[in-house]
Design a protein around this ligand. Structure first.
Ligand SMILES: [Fe+2]
Ligand SMILES: [Fe+2]
Length: 282
């Protein structure tokens, strides 16, 4: 693929809107142990869509409150900071992820489902392996395939060649993508995360999620996202064109000190993830 296309893609990334200022502030506050529910509700209340969603969640049958929750600060106490943070982030990305990503064979809503699924599976895995920054794992999972949204149309034109190359040479989809296009959705996704000012370890996890053995800064985080991605594909969450070309890297299991039977158990416990996705989506 020529220089010209590479320049076009870089320009597209440069022109992306900034990551929602409200989401950024709400996330900072949910990370601040001194912040109160009132502080956070003040930030969320700026956005009517967030407010409505947060109230709807707190009032959903799942939380089983008999009394109607009408204020955001009350809702925050019921939902808890962790859930709130996931909801704010997930809502911020929903619009961006909602379209079909045809180049990768993802129907409308698949990209979103896959990303939320990977975020939740990353969080589950992080807890299981006692990775200290559990929410960072959630964020990295949510963003891991963000490059696909940008590369979508370029991949669509070359998809037959990519799949053919992967099949004939025994390459992963990302490797074939890189040979045909000159870069893959990991490279482009990490540039998007940089543009949105996510920290270095999250950027690395995005850049290396199909090659976790290359991660240097925080190999554990990258390995978590890699395995969580595999778990989502095993659950059938947003498989697309590359889902069948996903070798689970043994290096990732070594980094996390997990063995294959434990992965089977994790896939089993991850069934509840589909339920949680419903909760975030509706
Ligand atoms: Fe990926
Ligand atoms: Fe993925």
């Amino acid at each position: 693929m020529g220089q010209e296309v590479a320049q076009k893609i870089l320009k597209e990334i440069r022109d992306l809107p900034p990551f929602s200022a409200i989401a950024n502030r709400a996330l900072k506050l949910t990370n601040d142990p001194r912040a109160s529910a009132v502080d956070i509700s003040r930030v969320i209340s700026y956005d009517p869509a967030f407010t409505a969603r947060v109230l709807r969640m707190a009032n959903s049958a799942y939380y089983g409150f008999a009394r109607k929750v009408t204020t955001v600060s009350e809702a925050i106490v019921i939902l808890g900071y962790e859930t709130l943070k996931s909801v704010v982030l997930a809502l911020t990305l929903q619009k961006f992820y909602d379209n079909e990503v045809r180049g990768y064979g993802l129907e409308k809503g698949d990209m979103w489902k896959h990303s939320v699924g990977c975020a939740l599976a990353s969080r589950l895995l992080a807890t299981q392996v006692k990775y200290p920054a559990v929410e960072e794992a959630f964020v990295a999972g949510l963003l891991h395939d963000v490059g696909k949204v940008i590369l979508n149309e370029y991949v669509r034109d070359e998809i037959d060649e990519i799949i053919e190359l992967a099949g004939s040479q025994g390459l992963s989809f990302a490797e074939a993508e890189k040979r045909v296009l000159g870069f893959d959705h990991q490279d482009i996704g990490s540039k998007v995360a940089e543009k949105w000012n996510f920290n270095d370890t999250i950027v690395e996890a995005i850049r290396c999620h199909h090659r976790p053995e290359r991660a240097k800064k925080e190999p554990e985080l990258t390995a978590i996202v890699h395995v969580a991605d595999f778990i989502c594909l095993s659950l059938g969450l947003g498989i697309g064109n590359d889902g069948m070309l996903y070798p689970l890297k043994k290096e990732a299991l070594e980094i996390l000190k997990l063995d294959e039977p434990e992965i089977d158990n994790l896939i089993y416990s991850a069934y509840s993830i589909a339920e949680e996705i419903e909760k975030i989506l509706t």
